[in-house]
Design a protein around this ligand. Sequence first.
Ligand SMILES: [Zn+2]
Length: 291
Amino acid sequence: MKTCLAVAFVALIVAAAEWTVAAQNPQQAPQPLKTEKIKDDLYVITGDGGNTTAYVTDEGVILVDDKNDRNHDDLIAAVKSLSEIPVRYVINTHAHGDHTGGNQKLSGAVIVGQVNERADMIKGKLAGAPSVTYNDQMTIFLGGKEVDLRYFGRCHTDGDTFVYFPADKVIVTGDCFNTGNGRGLNPTGSTTPGFYADYTINGSVLSWPATVDAALRLDWDIVIPGHGPPSNRAAFLKWRRDVDAVIDRVRTMARAGKTKTDIEQVLVREFGWETTGMPIRSLDAVMVELK
Ligand SMILES: [Zn+2]
């Protein structure tokens, strides 16, 4: 029983580590990666860490996020199977180590992030912080193709980049939209898995709706989340309504003086949240912000 509890506790720590700024667990073995074609020149690589998007051009590959450090060799093998031309740019959607852990070993590429994201990585003592930053918007042109980086405000952190591929009508959201938990899974079938603001780097549940509404004003059909399977605009709109429902419910209960336990039970029962997941474990901070 004691061993069982210890194992469960370690598993919890590992799961939690994927979602925080200092996330790295060198002991954990890398999970196998899987590549899925989204468009002729756009792929998503899943299986471990945050989702990686690979955009192939005649002059090199642009990656969005590069998983954990432990995934580096497998990630490079997956990208090489798409193109022999090297990775030229890596865009970080946010600072967490399961999205930026490959930065240091990809030093031949230009690492790009929002200005707050770079500061978050430095604050978290993470290696490979971006060498190029932007404030609100920047565009990368490579091999006759265009990639737009947009900062719409706080959501999962204070430095989340949305990456837009106008020719393919695809958007990549980082962890401002997830269809799975930190492991990319959705064991409870929740419509809002991974709705988690990291308050240690100024994430904000309150700002979240306005931030994602700005992303909705762009013209896209397919959305690649930070974790979990790719999705579409209709599912994103459904998720967006459920985000409002979660916020309204938590705010109403917090203002009525309900306890954290009361609110936890509602989130588990009505919204299918995992009892040990990071979203529910950040509830203290969420209640303070929404009250
Ligand atoms: Zn994250």
